[in-house]
Design a protein around this ligand. Structure first.
Ligand SMILES: [Zn+2]
Length: 690
């Protein structure tokens, strides 16, 4: 049947053929393929039929043997939260309080006085002495800006005096319940706020405007497609976020698909309960997200028996069974889905009881338990009995494994992060990351699923199960398995192209996998240009030649100097500019950064032509090592304005899978050209760990 459909579909030209690929389709009828033909954003044929269609295709992409998987689906993430985290200063690499202060001082120079400076990722255990830092270091760096810096685990904030003043936190302020203000011997706050005390200052930070919210979501979306994600289930949205999604879709700025869960009961939920599901290609709203309890790390998860390391406490239920049951019954009536956060075994059981009452038995409502993190023996089978989906986050297990046994004790930990038990019970496990709590990185999630970082390996998935949990199961958990989740005729051509075969490489090598291209509905939305360490010795410069473009793109290049000295700058030049420069005539460039230890270049490329990214380490340094990540982002369906004449030759296959990477001697023009002739595109470096 499907084969006949595919043949029928091939009557007529196709848009794109992807060939010479190592494709894991996820489709049981044909699990492996080497080519895909795409028309109207959907897969129309595989293998020989696809290759035959190449003659009529607008675009043929030769992947030179690269591995392709169905686009990854993160079944539980927070887009606005990720965008906010990406906007904040990244402090993970700082090795002292002073280093953090330097980063903050630089931000203060760029931001208007009085605006909040936010950062995240500091960890004083990596610093000399290992002591908590103090407000004054930050106050000196940014006297006129309130500063709020979140610790790596999110359980402490480091603030400056300005922030303490704005929040009116002083010596007489009592510690709030569940929180602590660190104080000097006189009782005055030192600048570090633990757990709930963070809220004293955080609530003074103004909420994002609608424009800021749109930018946060757009930024998060760009990060997601860079990681090979083609769909995300946003675990909790409000009206403003839905408006932001709709606006971004209208503007063509949402490069992936969103399955949005309504955040809790309220007006928005009432409206959807009255109207029923809203299903779209880019945005679907047909579910509610409830929160049954807290998290294990802070002992907020509701357990049946007390915490092993705190015998007086069992955590806290945030909802009662009646609340969940009420929502579940409404959802059943309205054809909507209920997705409830449950971490502790008591919370999981309560949700099971409530769902069971509303569902009655096997069904196709696809109600989900988000996290399903600690489950009592016997309750695994109840998930199957009511056709529930376990929406789990594999990297939570690798992150929490250091302390989780202390919290739960040896017996109870058997039912923790136990995805093997769910799979064996016949339960669909949809995978995710809960970003920004964990990295929005399905490769890391895939690795955690199959290795568990070595922790309680008996619960690991096979690679086939892991890939399925990151693709098909996410589609199923959103009622979208007829449209995506596998590479199969009739479905959206949502795909991720990988630098190596994750189904075959050694376990230890899985994390080295890079996403080199991402396609959504047959359109390229992301393409890697370089991910290398450039080593330049005396009088040398490094450069990357961009693939010739057939549609407008945004070039992004992030770099970081790995050697001492003033750092480097990046210039984007057309090949003509490089030539003029070599002939020592006046030349310009399309974009450039300043000299710095690290930086980011973002440049829109609006006309076709050949572009070269040049890394200039300056004349003083005799030798430099520069870590570079560069990629192209594409707006969907955008094409160059037709009036601009195409310059130079255009190959039939317009973009190649890797940019050329060559080191050239000096600025001599001949040498540049020689370098291109003599050294092929095969000279690629390897990225050091991470
Ligand atoms: Zn979450």
């Amino acid at each position: 049947m499907t084969v006949i459909l595919a043949l029928l579909a091939l009557a007529g030209p196709v848009d794109t053929v992807v060939r010479n690929a190592n494709i894991y389709t996820g489709w049981a009828a044909r699990p492996r393929a080497t080519a895909v033909a795409i028309r109207g954003g959907r897969v129309v044929a595989l293998d020989e039929e696809a290759i035959q269609a190449a003659g009529t295709a607008r675009r043929v992409i030769d992947l030179k043997g690269a591995t392709v998987v169905p686009g990854f689906i993160d079944s539980h993430g927070h887009m606005a939260g990720l965008g906010m985290a990406l906007e904040a200063l990244d402090l993970r690499a700082a090795r002292s309080a002073e280093e953090v202060a330097t980063i903050v001082a630089e931000a203060a120079r760029k931001q208007p006085k009085g605006s909040w400076i936010q950062g995240r990722g500091w960890d004083q255990t990596n610093w000399p002495g290992g002591e908590f830092p103090e407000a004054d270091v930050l106050s000196r760096a940014a006297p006129d800006h309130p500063v709020y810096l979140t610790r790596v685990d999110g359980h402490a904030a480091w603030v400056n005096r300005k922030a303490l003043e704005l929040a009116d936190v002083h010596g007489a302020t009592p510690d709030p319940p569940g929180g602590r203000i660190l104080r000097d011997p006189k009782g005055d706050p030192t600048g570090v706020l633990i757990d709930r005390a963070q809220g004293l200052v955080r609530r003074k930070i103004p909420a994002a405007s609608e424009a800021q919210l749109r930018e946060q979501i757009a930024r998060a979306a760009r990060e997601c497609v860079r990681r090979g994600l083609t769909s995300v289930h946003d675990a909790g949205v409000d009206e403003a976020e839905l408006r932001a999604y709709r606006e971004l879709i209208r503007e063509g700025k949402l490069p992936l698909r969103i399955y949005a869960m309504i955040r809790g009961e309220g007006k928005l939920w009432d409206r959807y309960a009255a109207r029923g599901p809203e299903v779209g290609d880019r945005l679907t709203v047909r579910s509610i997200k409830l929160m049954a309890d807290g998290a294990l790390g802070s002992r907020g998860a509701a357990l049946l028996e007390p915490y092993a390391d705190d015998p007086a406490h069992r955590g806290l239920a945030l909802l009662g069974r009646a609340d969940v049951e009420r929502v579940a019954r409404t959802a059943v009536k309205a054809g909507l889905q209920v997705n409830t956060h449950a971490i502790g075994d008591a919370a999981n059981r309560m949700v099971l009881d409530a769902y069971a009452a509303a569902l009655g038995g096997k069904n196709d409502r696809r109600f989900r338990v988000e996290h399903a993190q600690v489950v009592a023996p016997g309750d695994f089978e109840r998930f199957a009995a009511y056709s529930l989906i376990a929406s789990m986050q594999a990297s939570h297990a690798t992150s929490d494994s250091r302390w989780v046994e202390q919290r739960l004790g040896r017996e109870r930990v058997e039912g923790a992060y136990a995805w093997r038990r769910f799979l064996d019970a016949g339960v669909v496990v949809a995978n995710g990351s809960d970003f920004p709590v964990e990295q929005a990185n399905p490769i890391e999630g895939f690795w955690a699923s199959v290795t568990r970082g070595g922790w309680r390996r008996e619960q690991r998935m096979t690679r086939e199960e892991a890939l399925r949990s990151w693709t098909w199961a996410g589609a199923y958990a959103a009622f979208e398995e007829n449209d995506k989740g596998t590479i199969e005729p009739g479905k959206w051509a949502d795909m991720a192209v990988l630098s190596q075969d994750i189904m075959a490489v050694e376990e230890e090598a899985i994390l080295d996998t890079r996403v080199i291209k991402t396609m959504v509905a047959g359109n390229l939305v992301y393409s890697e240009v370089a991910s290398e360490v450039f080593e330049a010795t005396r009088a040398q410069l490094g450069y990357v030649s961009l693939p010739e473009l057939e549609q407008p793109a945004t070039l992004v290049c992030r770099y970081r100097s790995l050697s001492a000295g003033p750092g480097a700058r990046v210039l984007l030049m057309s090949r003509d500019d490089v030539r003029r420069f070599q002939e020592q005539r006046i030349a310009g460039w399309a974009a450039a950064t300043e000299f710095a230890r690290s930086g980011e270049l973002r440049a829109a490329i609006r006309r076709p032509g050949e572009y070269i990214l040049v890394f200039d380490k300056g004349p003083q340094q005799s030798r430099a090592r520069i870590l570079v990540d560069a990629w192209l982002e594409f707006a969907e369906g955008a094409s160059f304005e037709p009036r601009v004449a195409t310059r130079g030759r255009r190959a039939a296959v317009v973009w190649t899978s890797l940019g050329l990477f060559v080191l050239i001697g000096g600025w001599s023009g001949r040498k540049v050209l020689q370098a291109f002739r003599e050294r092929g595109p095969e000279e690629t470096g390897r990225r050091p760990g991470n």
